[in-house]
Ligand binder design. Structure first.
Ligand code: A2P
Length: 316
């Protein structure tokens, strides 16, 4: 398994198993097959509502001697309704309980958006907390406390723009170590990647295959990235799959990816991408795709009248 290193030399496996949209009835089996195939990095979040099942699978696999805790890299994320400093730690304790772990390898602020405590998904303007009331800097202090208490090995953010990361730098004692964002050939995140490299922040690509199972933005003018002509022609030439090409391209950029699959064949296919090294010429062809399309815009978090707009979320 190829690995990428944090500043302190700790490693994060280059490909992890995404678990968003993995349902209660299928996640346990999916996790077992992934671990047997060699996955050692699992990407979770409390909002995915499957951490209890993931925790049971992990505990079972450790008990059976299939894998040791220290061989696993487990990430989870703080949901938007736990942004107040004091709530961050309590939420981490809850996540650890769900996952049946005594520490996380990586804990991320899921979105730069704050909801009131009782809100899981906002339906009205009053469901939000203003960033003036609970700043991202305050939430970050909560994350730092979790690190200081020894319950997480690394801390970072998700869906953060360069501007928002720079603003965290102003008060952060510990700099964010990783930013998890949507990234694929239709959203290559070139500026963010450059900034992240200059600031020793690792990047993880979520929805690296374009999240085909999404229920929105279907059938419009934007194609599925897995069906892109350039990607498919490279795949055909090399006798591999489009997913292999995309994941190998992400890997060639020193970026981690967390493709989600509950299907053992596709899990293996995705992991096998690490055996593929693309020629410079093919990498350049993929880099020449200039679509810049975000599938995951965060639209469910945009309600007319609230301070959160697509522009304010992404700063673009
Ligand atoms: P499944 O879980 O049935 O394999 P993303 O990580 O970009 O969100 O993509 C996840 C979606 O893509 C899921 O619907 C998943 O379905 C599917 N998927 C995962 N791996 C592959 C692959 N190698 N080829 C095609 N589709 C895939």
């Amino acid at each position: 398994m190829k690995k990428i290193r944090f500043q302190n030399n700790d490693i994060i496996p280059s490909i992890g198993l995404g678990t968003w949209k993995a349902k209660e009835g299928e996640i346990e089996k999916a996790l077992r097959s992934a671990i047997f195939l060699g996955y050692r990095h699992i990407d979770c979040a409390s909002i995915y509502s499957n951490q209890i099942q993931i925790g049971e699978s992990i505990r079972g696999l450790i008990k059976e001697g299939v894998v040791k805790r220290e061989e696993l890299f487990i990430t989870s994320k703080l949901w938007n309704n736990r942004h107040r400093k004091g709530d961050v730690y309590l939420e981490l304790v809850n996540t650890l309980k769900e996952l049946k772990l005594d520490y996380l390898d990586l804990f991320l602020i899921h979105w730069p958006i704050a909801f009131k405590y009782d809100v899981i998904k906002p339906t009205k303007v009053d469901d939000f907390l203003s960033l003036k009331e609970v700043s991202l800097n305050e939430t970050w202090e909560g994350m730092e406390n979790c690190y200081k208490k020894g319950l997480v090995r690394h801390i970072g953010v998700s869906n953060f723009s360069i501007k928002k990361i720079k603003s965290l730098f102003k008060t952060a004692e510990i700099k964010p170590e990783l930013n998890q964002v949507e990234l694929h050939p239709y959203l290559p995140q070139k500026k963010l990647a450059k900034f992240s490299k200059e600031n020793n922040i690792l990047l993880t690509a979520y929805s690296p295959l374009g999240s085909k199972s999404r229920t929105w933005d279907k059938g419009g003018s934007i194609k599925e990235v897995l069906e892109d002509e350039i990607i498919c022609s490279i795949a055909k030439k090399l006798n591999v799959t489009p997913a292999n090409v995309i994941l190998s391209w992400i890997n060639s950029r020193g970026i981690v990816s967390v493709p989600k699959s509950v299907n053992p064949y596709r899990q293996k296919e995705n992991l096998d991408s690490l055996n593929l090294t693309l020629e410079k010429e093919d990498i350049e062809k993929i880099n020449s795709i200039r679509i810049n399309y975000r599938y995951m815009k965060g639209k469910p978090f945009v309600i007319k009248g609230s301070e959160y707009t697509l522009r304010s979320i992404w700063d673009e």
